[in-house]
Design a protein around this ligand. Structure first.
Ligand code: C2E
Ligand code: CA
Ligand code: CA
Length: 666
């Protein structure tokens, strides 16, 4: 057999094949034709019973009762099976299996019915013989129509019934029967042609429906992904700000329906900025990912954790007993943060502060709750960094006041509005002025006199401190010019100044431009949590020392300073914090600490000053503890530059006498 004829046969055989590789088509075929098949069995049964009845008197009972009964029972059983079959519950594999069984049964039943009807032919008269021919042709046409959606089965049935039918009736030699056979062949050919076209249309429809469904599914997946991304923080995988706000709205609705309290907590990282600045953004991102993972561990049905942006995270806590539970939860969060992170082979320590607003006390709307949690956060960052604080009205007042101060500071003419006052540091053995500490004063035309402890932290936070420091330093150096050479100018630098290379460069430039010998200038630096990058602190101190200036460590013992760091910083002087002095006479530890610090300074060969000396009693005790240099209201309050000139004249005249300055105790 040639290759071409082989391929032709192969192509011919494919029309009988089941759509095994197209499960969707198999299911649709089954679904379409399962509705027709009970009808097919009903037609078969009724027609067969009719044929058996017309031959009952003439043919043997086996052919009129036995065989048709068996065939009809088989048809009824199959009919019932199809009526009860739930096609939608079938898997694609089961659908193909069912189609295969149907094909086999079509072949089997077709052959059985054909053999049975032809076997009745010899028993009847001419009319009965015509009934056989009519029965077979009408039944096969009905069956082909019913099997329209299962092309292979329809073709198989046509072949099994029409071929023997035609041969049989042509062989009878009867012209009428031969005409019927030819008729049937022509009708079935027409039917098959119609069916083939219909089948192709049907298969095409199913395929295009499948393509459409696939596309729809792809679109759905894409839109689901878009939705997911819109509500997810890509970096940490936590829900994002939008998601947080949506959840907050939902929680408010739920809380309004039933009496329910819930908390909105805002967490802000302390120290993240320096990781970003010093180690780069990639390290910052890596750190955020690690922190996100830790916080994710806290997320439960009752705690919704999200990243709100930058280094800020938010939590909605819905189930807690009392406010102390919220604090405990916040502490747990902060505890998780504190564990060091390994970022780009460097151990990074990070901390955080949390502000909380509770519904309904702090507000009923998302905006109010958010704003008040933010107030509490702002407050905690200023006063108790590293802690959890629940919002109270007081926080709001502070935030509003600071907002006003910030606005006034932004508008301020610093040169005009800022002023320096000077407080002497006295050698209590000789009663002579050793130095003056310059202290900032701001008189705003809008809001009046503002305490440096209020406006300086605001200037630090709003990145205005650099300009403030530069203006103040220039003023202080200008004022110090006429002072005797042995009198030092002590100038306070903020932690932000020390952390900023730009401000440090400006400070050096201003000192050099002033014409004052840098050795007459002492910079006071307070160790604070803002000194996140210790290397930068050491560099800045090094630059000032290289310039020839001296360095004093201010507020020693007030909290952040540590001995280990002190040794690394190479300072020239320590200023013992005034809190120790006020404790003298009340506690036994304060005097012993002062004594140890004085001893330490002697050992290290550095100077020591005690601040905040207000009474003779304190002075006497401090002298007994070995302190010589002192500063405080006992000697003088901070005074203006013009009053200071008079004081210096007096100081020069009576070197042995105590400076007689009007001292007003607060
Ligand atoms: P500080 O550097 O510890 O300055 C000493 C503060 O203690 C001054 O407050 C001073 O007026 C006050 N004081 C002096 N003697 C006594 C005393 O006997 N008893 C009491 N209770 N207090 C005394 P002031 O001027 O309000 O300054 C507060 C803080 O503001 C300063 O603390 C310093 O940290 C900061 N500050 C002031 N001026 C500047 C400045 O020009 N630059 C920077 N960066 N910070 C400044
Ligand atoms: Ca100071
Ligand atoms: Ca101080």
């Amino acid at each position: 057999m040639g290759l071409a004829s082989k391929t032709r046969i192969g192509r011919l055989l494919t029309v009988f094949a089941l759509p095994v590789d197209d499960p969707e088509l198999a299911r649709s075929q089954l679904a379409a034709f399962s509705k027709q098949i009970p009808l097919l069995y009903a037609i078969l049964t009724i027609n067969a019973l009719g044929l058996a009845a017309t031959h009952l008197a003439t043919a043997p009972p086996l052919l009129t009762i036995g065989v048709p009964l068996c065939l009809c029972v088989a048809c009824c059983l199959r009919g019932i099976y199809w009526l009860r079959l739930d096609v939608s519950a079938l898997t694609c594999h089961q659908a193909v299996g069912s189609l295969r069984t149907t094909m086999r049964l079509v072949g089997l039943l077709g052959a059985a019915f054909t053999a049975w009807s032809l076997s009745l032919y010899p028993y009847g008269d001419v009319l009965a013989q015509c009934h056989v021919a009519f029965y077979m042709s009408i039944t096969v046409i009905s069956c082909i129509l019913c099997l329209m959606h299962l092309r292979g089965a329809a073709l198989l049935l046509t072949a099994i019934v029409v071929t023997p039918f035609t041969i049989f009736f042509i062989c009878t030699g009867d012209l009428v029967l031969i005409a019927i056979a030819v008729n049937l062949v022509l009708v079935t050919c027409g039917l098959i042609a119609m069916m083939m076209r219909n089948y192709n249309d049907f298969a095409g429809l199913i395929r295009s429906r499948k393509i459409l469904l696939d596309r729809q599914q792809e679109m759905q997946i894409l839109s689901d992904e878009n939705h997911r991304l819109a509500y997810l923080d890509v970096l940490t995988g936590l829900p994002n700000r939008r998601s947080f706000l949506a959840r907050l709205d939902e929680t408010i609705v739920a809380a309004a329906l039933g009496p329910m309290r819930f908390a909105v907590a805002l967490l802000d990282l302390d120290g993240f900025k320096s990781v970003n600045d010093v180690q780069g953004h990639a390290a910052g991102d890596e750190l955020l990912v690690q922190i996100g993972r830790r916080l994710e561990g806290l997320a439960t049905r009752k705690a919704f954790v999200a990243r709100l942006g930058g280094d800020e995270f938010g939590v909605i806590l819905t189930d807690f007993g009392s406010d102390s539970d919220i604090i405990a939860f916040g502490q747990e969060m902060l505890g998780l943060l504190r564990a060091p992170c390994l970022v780009k082979e460097t151990m990074v320590a990070i901390a955080g502060s949390i502000g909380v607003a509770i519904y309904p006390e702090a507000g009923l709307t998302a905006e109010d709750l958010f704003e008040r949690a933010d107030y509490a956060l702002y407050y905690v960052k200023q006063t108790q960094k590293g802690q959890v604080v629940i919002f109270s009205e007081n926080h709001e007042d502070i935030v509003r006041r600071n907002g006003r101060i910030e606005q006034a500071l932004r508008r301020a003419d610093l040169e005009q509005e800022l002023e320096m006052v000077y407080q002497p540091i006295i050698d209590t053995m000789t009663n002579r002025v050793l130095a003056f500490e310059a202290l900032a004063r701001w008189h705003s035309p809008d809001i009046g006199q503002v305490n440096p402890q209020i406006f300086l932290p605001i200037a630090e936070r709003r990145q205005l401190i650099g300009q403030v420091t530069e203006t103040l330093l220039a003023k202080a150096l200008q004022a110090a010019k006429p002072w005797p050479r042995h009198v030092t100018l002590c100038f306070n630098l903020s932690a932000c100044d020390v952390m900023s290379p730009a401000t440090m460069a400006a400070v050096q430039r201003i000192v050099l431009a002033s014409g004052i010998e840098p050795s007459r200038v002492e910079f006071e630096i307070t160790e604070t949590a803002a000194m996140e990058d210790f290397t930068q602190v050491v560099t800045s101190i090094g630059q000032l020392r290289d310039l020839g200036a001296r360095i004093a460590l201010d507020d020693f013992g007030s909290g952040f300073s540590s001995l280990g760091r002190l040794l690394l910083l190479r300072v020239d002087k320590i200023k013992i914090d005034k809190s120790f002095v006020s404790e003298i006479g009340h506690s036994r530890t304060a005097p012993s600490i002062i004594r140890s610090v004085v001893g330490l300074c002697e050992d290290l060969g550095i100077d020591c000053v005690v601040e905040g000396v207000e009474t003779e009693f304190q002075r006497a005790i401090l002298q007994g503890l070995g302190c010589r240099s002192m500063q405080g209201y006992l000697f003088s309050k901070p005074i203006s530059s013009s009053n200071l000139a008079a004081l210096l004249v007096e100081d020069g005249r009576a070197t042995k006498a105590r400076p007689r300055i009007p001292v007003t105790l607060p």
